[in-house]
Write a protein that binds this ligand. Structure first.
Ligand code: ATP
Length: 309
C-alpha cells in the first residue's frame, strides 16, 4: 500500500491539482494508493504517524506531494518507522530539498516512476535537540537550521498576514528575499557560544549561522556550496557581524555562489554542533520557527530512504 500525503495549500494549489490528476491514473488503484489531505500546519506529521502506527506492515512507501514544510513534517512523523521509504513529488513554492536531492519536478510521470522503477537514495537527516533544564525535545530537519538573521527572517515570513499578502500578489516564491529586506535594518547580531565537534568557535557574535544538509535554502539560494545530502556531515556557514549593506551584498553573492570567498564568512564541516546563549535564539528549522537558549544539532543515526522518480 502507498500512502500519499498532499498539502492542498502547497505551491498555491499546485499540489492539489497534481493529486487530482494522479487519482485518475490507473496505477493509483492498481498499486493500492490511499491519499490524505493535510488540514492545518503540523497535520502531515500527526497524520503519517497515526497511519503508519496501524499499517506499517503493509505500507510500501509514503509519497509526499507538497513543499519542504510538508516533507519535513512527514520525516518527523516517521521517527518510529525510519525504514519506510519516502517518495517525493515536489509541488511547493520552494522545493529546496528536491533541488538538493537532484529531483526535477515531473508531476504524473514522476508518480509513475516512483511506483514502477524508483531510484533509492539514502541520506541522514539532521536532528536538533532543544534543552529545557533536564528535559529535551527532538526535531528532525531535512534542509537546514539557521540562527541569527535567518531565524529572524523565518519568524517574520511565517506570520499568517505576511504569507496571505504574498499569495494574493503571487509573490510567494520570493517569500524569503522579501522578508529579508523587511527585517535586515532592525536586525542585531546574536551573542552565541558555538562548538563544532567539541571545538569552540572563536566567533562570539554572529549575523548568521546556518547548518545545512544540502546546499539550498530560501528557494534556490546556494548558501552552503560544499553541503551534500549523501555526506554524514553538515556544512556549516558562519557570518560574523557585518554592516547592513554588506549583509545584503552577501545574499546577492549567494545567488552567484561567491559568498564563501568574502571576508568574515566561513564554511566548516561537522557532525555535532552545540549552540548556547543567554538570549533567546530565534531559529528556523526547514523554514519553521524554533527558539532556544541551548540546543545540540547532530546527524541522525538512522538513515532514511527516499524514492526518486
Ligand atoms: N491545509 C492546510 N492549510 C494551511 N497550511 C497547511 C495545510 N496543510 C499544511 N499546511 C502548512 O503549510 C506550510 C507550507 O507547506 P509546504 O512547505 O508544503 O508548501 P510551500 O510553502 O508551498 O512550499 P516550500 O516550503 O517548498 O516553499 C507547512 O508549514 C504546512 O504545515
Amino acid at each position: 500500500m502507498y500512502i500519499i500525503i498532499v498539502n492542498p495549500e502547497a505551491g498555491n494549489g499546485k499540489a492539489l491539482r497534481l493529486m487530482q490528476t494522479i487519482q485518475k491514473d490507473p496505477l493509483f488503484l492498481e498499486k493500492n494508493c490511499r491519499s490524505f489531505q493535510t488540514e492545518y500546519q503540523g497535520n502531515a506529521e500527526s497524520l503519517v504517524q497515526s497511519i503508519v502506527t496501524i499499517h506499517h506492515d503493509v505500507v510500501d512507501a509514503v509519497i509526499v506531494i507538497g513543499g519542504d514544510g510538508t516533507l519535513s513534517e512527514v520525516f518527523n512523523g516517521l521517527h518510529h518507522f525510519p525504514t519506510i521509504p519516502v517518495g517525493i513529488i515536489p509541488a511547493g513554492s520552494g522545493n529546496d530539498f528536491a533541488r538538493g536531492a537532484g529531483i526535477s519536478s515531473g508531476g504524473l510521470e514522476q508518480f509513475r516512476k516512483i511506483l514502477n522503477t524508483p531510484e533509492r537514495f539514502t541520506f541522514y537527516p539532521g536532528v536538533c535537540y532543544k534543552y529545557f533544564g533536564d528535559q529535551r525535545s527532538r526535531r528532525y530537519f531535512i534542509n537546514s537550521i539557521g540562527v541569527g538573521l535567518d531565524g529572524k527572517v523565518a519568524h517574520f515570513s511565517n506570520q499568517q498576514s505576511f504569507r496571505k499578502r504574498l499569495k494574493k500578489w503571487h509573490l510567494h516564491p520570493f517569500n524569503y528575499v522579501i522578508a529579508l529586506l523587511r527585517v535586515v535594518y532592525s536586525f542585531k547580531p546574536v551573542s552565541v557560544d558555538i562548538s563544532i565537534d567539541g571545538r569552540k568557535l572563536k566567533l562570539k557574535k554572529a549575523s548568521l549561522f546556518t547548518i545545512a544538509n544540502h546546499p539550498y535554502f530560501g528557494n534556490g539560494m546556494k548558501i552552503a556550496p560544499k553541503a551534500n545530502l549523501s555526506k554524514q556531515t553538515f556544512s556549516i556557514i558562519s557570518v560574523k557581524p557585518l554592516p547592513k549593506w554588506k549583509v545584503i551584498g552577501l545574499f546577492v553573492s549567494v545567488f552567484f555562489g561567491k559568498h564563501t570567498k568574502l571576508k568574515g564568512i566561513h564554511e566548516f564541516q561537522g557532525k555535532s554542533i552545540t549552540l548556547e546563549s543567554s538570549e533567546l535564539l530565534l531559529m528556523q528549522a526547514d523554514g519553521q520557527n524554533l527558539d532556544c537558549h541551548k540546543c545540540t544539532i547532530e546527524k541522525s543515526a538512522k538513515p532514511r530512504v527516499i524514492l526518486i522518480g
